[in-house]
Design a protein around this ligand. Structure first.
Ligand code: ATP
Length: 296
């Protein structure tokens, strides 16, 4: 039996919004399967306007898969991801213009300058160049990036690419910002800049999903933390709620407790049986995928 410590919480923040409901996104009974891998198992979540949510989990926990489902890049194997707007709802893939996404691999066009990348993306969203420039400058000042806007991105460091991708994601003023490991590879100062940008967005009523391995960072930036482990949402609540349900005094202890439970349960399963099954799969000749790209 799996122990699922899932706290359901009321909306953490209520931002008045001209009669528009508080719920922005719902994830209903979503599972995602890649061949024999169950990357997500029966996930249910509600994202409210104004939430700054930390999505925390270890390697392979399912964070990126969940983010990709939230921005409509993947279709769920079962379940639905719905975007809510003006009292109606639609599959998130049809509402991408309301999302800003900073993926782990930034996907910039290297022959273009940072500004050209940002402008190209905003044009696809139907934003005028003037408006895009105004929004770009505002964010670039916060990230100390104005001087770099005119440079081709080919020579950019990882941190510079990350900042360009953040501006690109925000220049069309999305309703939700999704960030996948936004401070990975950033120096201390740049990471601080990104964190304070996200915090300011929260104070201004923005909505952010912040995927990270770093619990301390999630605690600093987010008012709600979702712990994901082995494709399952193990807990969802404010930092203090996570401490309460786990009866711990630090988030690190809470995280270990929430994820250890799952690990112990897994250990109790038939280990020998699983190894035998794995061995049979490894020994079965496999047809290689067609045109499968280059090896690293
Ligand atoms: P990390 O922090 O290491 O980036 P993550 O929490 O983002 O991990 P995911 O990338 O969502 O984890 O992966 C969850 C599981 O799904 C892993 O077992 C991964 O190998 C598998 N997976 C993800 N994408 C694919 C894919 N396109 N094809 C096959 N398996 C996949």
């Amino acid at each position: 039996m799996r122990i699922n410590i899932l706290v359901s919480i009321a909306p953490l923040k209520h931002v008045e919004s001209d009669g528009v409901g508080d719920i922005l996104l719902t994830i209903n009974n979503v599972s995602k399967q890649f061949s024999h891998i169950e990357a997500l198992k029966n996930v249910n979540l509600t994202l409210n306007r104004g939430d700054i949510v930390g999505l925390v989990g270890g390697n392979g926990a399912g964070k990126t898969t969940l983010l990709r489902l939230m921005c409509g890049l993947y279709h769920p194997t079962t379940g639905q991801v719905l975007f809510h707007r003006d009292s109606s709802q639609a599959p998130v893939a049809e509402m991408r213009r309301f999302l800003g996404v900073v993926p782990e691999a930034t996907g910039l066009y290297y022959r273009l300058t940072a500004w050209e990348n940002i402008r190209y993306h905003s044009r696809l969203h139907g934003i005028s160049d003037e408006e895009c420039w105004k929004n770009t400058l505002e964010i670039a000042k916060d990230l100390d990036f104005v001087e770099s806007l005119g440079r081709p991105t080919r020579g950019f460091s990882k941190g510079m690419r990350q900042k360009a991708a953040i501006i690109r994601a925000l220049a069309h003023k999305p309703e939700i910002l999704l960030l996948d490991e936004p401070t990975g590879g950033l120096d201390v100062t740049s990471a601080r800049m990104v964190r304070s940008l996200v915090k300011r967005m929260g104070q201004a009523g923005g909505t952010v999903i912040y995927s990270t391995h770093k619990l301390a960072e999630a605690e600093q930036v987010c008012d709600r933390i979702i712990i994901i482990h082995n494709g399952e949402v193990r807990a969802d609540g404010s930092p203090s709620e996570l401490l309460d349900i786990t009866q711990t005094t630090s988030l690190e202890e809470a995280y270990v407790k929430l994820t250890m439970d799952a690990a112990r349960e897994t250990e109790k399963e038939d280990v020998e049986g699983r190894i035998a099954k794995f061995w049979r799969r490894m020994m079965t000749p496999r047809k290689l995928p067609e045109g499968g790209g280059e090896d690293e």
